[in-house]
Design a protein around this ligand. Structure first.
Ligand code: NAP
Length: 526
C-alpha cells in the first residue's frame, strides 16, 4: 500500500494545502518521505459535516453489519503486512517486535468489540411492563436502551501508534457504539496513520457504510484539533497525551454553545508500594523486574511506575541498592520524537537540581538520537509531601523512590498523590494488615489496583479499567481500555408507551435479536 500524504475525508483522499508536514525518523534523526498535506478549517468542516450526515444511517445499520465492519478493519490492517510494521518502526523508533505485539493487540481489540456489538448487552435493553391496575396511579409501559451520542473526535496518541491511534481503543469503542469518528492523526506517525486510515476507509466502503463514518485529518499546531473539538457536529472527544493538551481540549469543549464530554487520558505516576513481607521474600527478583518495568518502551507508557514507596529498614536499603544497580545497566534509548526527548531531558535536569532529591542511578550512555537515559531518584516522604513538583509526571524511563519512616507516613504519601491510572502493592500475607489500611485510599486515587504485578502492560478485556481520578483522566467514571470503554459514547433513552410498531428492535416484545435484557427487574434472555 502506497503512502500518499493525503487526508482521508469520508470516501475521498484529500491533499491538505494549509501546511506541509514531514514524518520524522527519530532513530536516524532525519525527515522521511513523502510530505503530508496539513488540513485547515474547511477540511474539518467537511469531515465533521459528513460525520453528522452519516450518524443516523450508521447507528441504524444492523448490529451484525457493524460488527463485520470492525472485523474488516482488523483484516485490512493485517493485510498491510510488513509495510505497516516497517513504517511504524521507522516513524517511532520502537522495536519491530513491540509493534507486531501492538498490532496484535489492535486487531484483537477490534475483534473483541465486534463480538461485543453482536452480543448487545451494552444496549442495556430494559423493559418495565405496564401496570394498568396499579393504585393510586397506573404505571406506563417503559423501555430503555442506550444509543450512541453522535460523531466523536479522536486524538491519536504518540506512544501507541496502533493500539491508541487511528484504529485504536477510542476509535473502536466509538465505532462499536454507533458513532462516526473523525481522527486527528498524531504528528509522530503520519504514515502509519494514513496506512491504518486507508484500512478503515476500505472497510467502510466494502460494507456499504455512509462515507462520513470515518475521516482522518492531518495538522500541525493546534488549529485542526481546536476546530475539531469546537465543531457542532462533534458530540464527544477521546484523547491521550499531555495534561496541558488534554486540559486545553476540555476547556474548548466546555465553552462551546453545547458543551460536550472530553475523555482525556493525561498524566499518571503510578505509585508502587513495596511492603515489608515482599521485601523479605523476593527483594532481588522484584528489583530487577521493577527496573525492567521502568525502562520498558523507553518509559513511554502512561502506566510507568514513577513512584516507588517503601518503609525505611535494612532490607529496604538493600532493595533500593539492587534497583539502582539494575537500572544503571539499562541503556539510553531513542524516544518517540525530538520534542518528547527534549522534554524528558529537561525534566530530569530540573529534578536532579531539586533540593532534597538524590540521584541514585543513571543508565548507560549511548550515542542514539532523541535519547532518554534511565535515571533513578530518591527522596524522603517529608521531602515529597513538601514539594508539589515531585508529583509531576516525567514521561520516560525514570522513577522516584520515597522512603517513609513509618506506616502513617506511607499512608500520608498515598493520600497526597493525585489521581492515578494504577496503584501497585507488592505484598505477602504478613502485609495484608498494612494493605487493608492503604486500600481505602488507593481505591479513591486509582482506576486499577494491582497486587504483585507491574503496572506496564494493560490487558484488553471486559473487567479492565484504564482510567482514574484527575489528572489521570478528565472523567474518572470511565475507562479507555476494555469493553466498558463503549459506555463513554452512549446515552440512555426511555420510550414511554410507544406503540410496538415504533419501538427500536432491541426493545420488541419477541426479543428476536436474542439480547440479554432486564425485564421487570430480572436479567434474562427474553
Ligand atoms: P500532546 O502534546 O498532548 O499532543 C497530543 C495530541 O493533541 C496531538 O495531536 C496535538 O496536536 C494535540 N494537541 C495538544 N494540545 C492541543 C491544543 N491545545 N489544542 C489542540 N490540539 C492539541 O502529547 P504528545 O505529543 O503525545 O506528547 C507530549 C507530552 O505528553 C509527553 O512528553 C508526555 O509528557 C505527555 N504524554 C503523556 C502520555 C500519557 O499516557 N500519560 C502519553 C503521551 C504523551 P499537535 O501535535 O498538532 O499540536
Amino acid at each position: 500500500m502506497q503512502i500518499t500524504g493525503e487526508m482521508l475525508i469520508g470516501a475521498r483522499a484529500v491533499r491538505g494545502s494549509a501546511a506541509v508536514l514531514r514524518a520524522f525518523d527519530p532513530a536516524r534523526g532525519i525527515e522521511i518521505e513523502p510530505p503530508f498535506g496539513g488540513g485547515d478549517r474547511a477540511d474539518v468542516e467537511l469531515a465533521c459535516s459528513l460525520a453528522g450526515k452519516a450518524f443516523d444511517a450508521y447507528r441504524n445499520i444492523p448490529l451484525a453489519t457493524r460488527a463485520k465492519f470492525l472485523e474488516a478493519i482488523a483484516d485490512n490492517i493485517l493485510e498491510i503486512g510488513d509495510v505497516l510494521i516497517e513504517r511504524t518502526h521507522v516513524e517511532t523508533g520502537l522495536p519491530k517486535a513491540r509493534i507486531e505485539g501492538e498490532r496484535g493487540r489492535t486487531v484483537g481489540q477490534l475483534r473483541l468489540f465486534a463480538a461485543l456489538v453482536r452480543e448487545g448487552r451494552w444496549l442495556s435493553a430494559t423493559l418495565d411492563s405496564p401496570l394498568p391496575e396499579r393504585k393510586p396511579l397506573p404505571r406506563p409501559d417503559l423501555r430503555l436502551q442506550k444509543i450512541p451520542v453522535g460523531p466523536v473526535a479522536v486524538f491519536g496518541a504518540s506512544n501507541f501508534p496502533l493500539a491508541f491511534s487511528v484504529a485504536g481503543g477510542d476509535t473502536v469503542s466509538a465505532l462499536a457504539a454507533g458513532c462516526p469518528v473523525v481522527v486527528k492523526a498524531h504528528g509522530a506517525h503520519l504514515g502509519t496513520s494514513e496506512l491504518v486510515g486507508r484500512a478503515i476507509q476500505r472497510a467502510a466502503s466494502d460494507n456499504g457504510l455512509p462515507e462520513g463514518v470515518f475521516s482522518l485529518l492531518f495538522g500541525g499546531g493546534n488549529e485542526i484539533g481546536e476546530a475539531l473539538v469546537a465543531h457542532p457536529a462533534i458530540k464527544a472527544v477521546g484523547f491521550t497525551g499531555s495534561r496541558r493538551g488534554g486540559l486545553a481540549l476540555v476547556d474548548i469543549a466546555s465553552k462551546r454553545r453545547e458543551p460536550i464530554p472530553v475523555f482525556a487520558e493525561m498524566s499518571s505516576i503510578n505509585p508502587f508500594f513495596v511492603l515489608p513481607g515482599a521485601l523479605d521474600k523476593r527483594s532481588d527478583a522484584m528489583a530487577s523486574a521493577l527496573a525492567d518495568s521502568i525502562a520498558l518502551g523507553v518509559g513511554q507508557f502512561c502506566t510507568n511506575p514513577g513512584l516507588v514507596i517503601l518503609l525505611d529498614s535494612p532490607p529496604a536499603r538493600v532493595f533500593v541498592e539492587s534497583l539502582s544497580v539494575a537500572l544503571a545497566k539499562k541503556e539510553e534509548q531513542t524516544m518517540l520524537t525530538p520534542g518528547i526527548s527534549a522534554a524528558y531531558r529537561a525534566a530530569i535536569e530540573r529534578r536532579s537540581k531539586t533540593s532534597g532529591v538524590q540521584d541514585l542511578a543513571q543508565g548507560v550512555q549511548t550515542d542514539v538520537s532523541c535519547p532518554a537515559r534511565p535515571v533513578l531518584f530518591a527522596t524522603s516522604a517529608a521531602g515529597f509531601l513538601a514539594n508539589a513538583e515531585l508529583e509531576e509526571e516525567i514521561f520516560g524511563p525514570t522513577s522516584l523512590v520515597i522512603t517513609c519512616a513509618d506506616i502513617d507516613e506511607m499512608i500520608a504519601v498515598a493520600e497526597h498523590v493525585e489521581g492515578q491510572l494504577t496503584a501497585t502493592l507488592q505484598l505477602e500475607p504478613q502485609d495484608y494488615e498494612l494493605a487493608r489500611r492503604l486500600l481505602p485510599t488507593l481505591e479513591r486515587k486509582a482506576g486499577r489496583i494491582l497486587a504483585n504485578g507491574f503496572p506496564t502492560g494493560v490487558e484488553v478485556s471486559h473487567a479492565m479499567v484504564h482510567g482514574g481520578p484527575f489528572p489521570a483522566t478528565s472523567d474518572s467514571r470511565s475507562t479507555s481500555v476494555g469493553t466498558s470503554a463503549i459506555e463513554r459514547f452512549l446515552r440512555p433513552v426511555c420510550y414511554q408507551d410507544l406503540p410496538a410498531a415504533l419501538l427500536p428492535e432491541p426493545l420488541h416484545d419477541d426479543n428476536a435479536l436474542g439480547l440479554w435484557r432486564l425485564r421487570d427487574g430480572e436479567f434474562k434472555r427474553a
